[in-house]
Write a protein that binds this ligand. Structure first.
Ligand code: DX5
Ligand code: ZN
Length: 234
């Protein structure tokens, strides 16, 4: 599947949960993927950390390739790395369907977003809690996805930033209905609803999901809650 079609297909079933594999049991990676897939997940979120842009290390290209071999679900690859342009092609070749770079790491994000699209993936931009929405204005026309960080990136299991819903609302106004608006960090049963009310289509969930025994139940219940809070925009 290529470029904006991935985002459009996901928008058609929004709001949806994007399980963040950062919180899964990596010793059982294939089984964890099978369990969220059987539980109704429509996409997987993969967190790439370089120990430089964020103060932590996580997974890299070989693990993205392994996930790609384990599932046909689209892969939403979140690059929390400096100089993302050096690695875009390799993550696309590893199997990323959506590739999100950080505006704080990108310099001029426009050529990078263009490159992601030219490689046939959906292009995403993300911003950290201290970064103002205005910083994205020069590149939103090249985005298939915008990812609002509701924690400082680098670690799972942090508290949701109460300022995130206002950012989601502003971004929804700026991008209109056809761009996938995602939120990442501290999303759980208590915070999912307010994110969707503020305009989020995609809820990245790590620890709240993987700490449950029954992933399918969590996905179904939080998706139902999210759908009940979705604001119909005309
Ligand atoms: C944080 C990552 C997140 C993380 C979310 O830097 O980008 O995707 O896995 O984890 P939770 O849902 O536990 O906040
Ligand atoms: Zn993430």
């Amino acid at each position: 599947m290529s470029d904006s079609r991935v985002a459009a297909n996901l928008l058609a079933v929004a709001p949806l949960i994007a399980p963040s594999l950062l919180a899964c049991d990596f010793a059982e990676l294939r089984e964890e993927i099978r369990r969220v897939e059987a539980g109704g997940a429509r996409i997987l979120h993969l967190d790439i950390m370089d120990g430089h842009f964020v103060p932590n290390l996580s997974i890299g290209i070989p693990v993205v390739e392994a996930v790609r071999r384990s599932t046909d679900l689209p892969l939403d690859v979140h690059l929390m790395i400096s100089e993302p342009g050096r690695y875009i092609r390799r993550f696309r070749e590893a199997g990323a369907d959506l590739l999100t770079i950080h505006v704080e790491a990108a310099g001029d994000p426009r050529p990078l977003l263009e490159e992601i699209r030219s490689l046939g993936a959906g292009a995403g931009i993300s911003l950290n809690p201290p970064t103002p929405v205005d910083s994205l204005e020069g590149c939103l026309d090249l985005c298939d996805l915008v990812l609002v960080m509701s924690v400082m990136p680098g670690f799972g299991g942090q508290e949701f930033d109460p300022a995130a819903p206002d950012k989601l609302r502003r971004l929804r106004e700026l991008v209109g209905p056809d761009v996938l608006l995602s939120v990442d960090g501290g999303v759980n049963r208590d915070t999912a609803g307010i994110c969707v009310e503020a305009g989020a289509d995609m809820l990245v969930t790590g620890s709240a999901l993987f700490s449950e025994n029954d992933y399918g139940r969590f996905i179904k219940e939080v998706t139902a809650l999210a759908k009940s809070r979705k604001v119909i925009r005309v």
